[in-house]
Design a protein around this ligand. Sequence first.
Ligand SMILES: Nc1ncnc2c1ncn2[C@@H]1O[C@H](COP(=O)(O)OP(=O)(O)OP(=O)(O)O)[C@@H](O)[C@H]1O
Ligand SMILES: [Mg+2]
Length: 139
Amino acid sequence: MTPARISEEVHIDLALPSDNAGAICTAKRLAGQAGFDEAGQSLIATAVSELATNILRYGGGGEVVLRLIHEPGRSGMEILAEDHGPGIRNIERAMQDHFSTGKSLGLGLPGVKRLMDEFFINSKPGVGTLCIARKWRRL
Ligand SMILES: Nc1ncnc2c1ncn2[C@@H]1O[C@H](COP(=O)(O)OP(=O)(O)OP(=O)(O)O)[C@@H](O)[C@H]1O
Ligand SMILES: [Mg+2]
């Protein structure tokens, strides 16, 4: 992912299930600030919620960083989600629809990839998981 200029950055710690609500609220507010309409704000909030839920359910807690990003001709929002939990053994499999080790729908990660414009994931067993997703808005 190419580096973009960052004009604002908010860190949200994820330790308790209730922390997800704060992440969703902050994501909506920042997305509004970035100029996304109601639909865009909801889409970004959904992506944040999926990544935060995974961190809380599988990662043993972690953090989400929300950034307002800028490039010539476009602005947008970046979601960085990171934990130092058990990691994902097979990323390719985790990115497939309906793969879940938690008896859930298995649509979170592939859903985030579909909703956002750019998506990056890296994970190492025993080290943790990093996801970065971006949504752009033409100026
Ligand atoms: N942060 C994480 N740490 C460790 N494993 C993870 C993490 N995020 C996802 N995974 C693994 O990847 C799988 C797929 O994640 P995904 O979000 O797509 O589905 P899910 O969480 O199981 O179900 P859903 O999100 O639809 O409720 C998870 O079941 C889990 O095994
Ligand atoms: Mg999930």
